[in-house]
Design a protein around this ligand. Structure first.
Ligand SMILES: Nc1ncnc2c1ncn2[C@@H]1O[C@H](COP(=O)(O)OP(=O)(O)OP(=O)(O)O)[C@@H](O)[C@H]1O
Length: 218
């Protein structure tokens, strides 16, 4: 298994004490698999992705990515995991304003020591960014910025892609095309894809679908 979650629990502190969000989540994802994570707003989907990406820690339970225990890593180890193994497309795109789109797309791959100009160009074309490569993030629409964040994540050839509503800012036709490109790339590289979506239609295009309800996989 490329990704395994065992009995993951996570609470946040509310005005009246801890509010449990994840109450014991188990999940396994193999290389080459794609999994849609659905659930009502506030059900903990983003929280789960943040835990897997090492951006936050669970209260208890174990998360392994490519055999590595994420819950046991220190900050440096978690940063290294995001640099080398995991690609994230989160709701904040975190593009670098001072770099043009080409350099933003290459950024993660360069950090990982895996920059491949042909792959970067191919991704830019497949994601409709080829005409924008010398522009800066502020000159792009929200949807174009979102596609840049997707290209940046995929260009580094991560073994696991975590995507939180990666087509949320796109019109339906563009969303279809972008999702298709993501699924193709994941299939071509044998990576695993864990994607949060509110769209039943998009979820149906993924290999498997899991629904979060009341803090557990329903
Ligand atoms: N850092 C935090 N501090 C306190 N509460 C938090 C924090 N992050 C998330 N929560 C709470 O945890 C719950 C789950 O949030 P999360 O963002 O994971 O939901 P979601 O399923 O991704 O929702 P959406 O579909 O609306 O994006 C919410 O009630 C939210 O208010």
């Amino acid at each position: 298994m490329l990704l395994e979650l065992r009995d993951i629990k996570k609470s946040f502190t509310g005005a009246e004490g801890p509010v449990p969000v994840l109450r014991g989540v188990d999940l396994a994802l193999g290389a080459g698999e794609s999994l849609a994570l659905t659930g009502e707003s506030g059900s903990g989907k983003s929280t789960l992705l943040h835990l897997v990406g090492g951006l936050d820690r669970p209260d208890s339970g174990r998360i392994t990515v490519a055999g590595e225990d994420v819950t046991a890593l220190d900050d440096r180890g978690r940063a290294a995991l995001r640099r080398g193994t995991v690609g994230v497309v989160f709701q904040q795109f975190n593009l670098i304003p001072s770099l043009d789109i080409a350099a933003n797309i290459a950024f993660q791959a360069r950090l990982a020591g895996r920059h491949d100009a042909a792959l970067a160009q191919d991704l830019a074309e497949r994601l409709g960014l080829a005409a924008h490569l010398s522009k800066y993030p502020e000159q792009l629409s929200g949807g174009q910025q979102q596609r840049t964040a997707i290209a940046r994540a995929l260009a580094a050839r991560p073994r696991l892609v975590l995507a939180d509503e990666p087509t949320g800012n796109l019109d339906e036709a563009t969303a279809e095309a972008v999702l298709g490109a993501m699924l193709e790339l994941v299939a071509e590289t044998g990576a695993a894809l864990l994607m949060v979506t509110h769209s039943a239609h998009h979820a149906a295009r993924m290999g498997r679908r899991l629904h979060l309800r009341a803090g557990r996989i329903a």
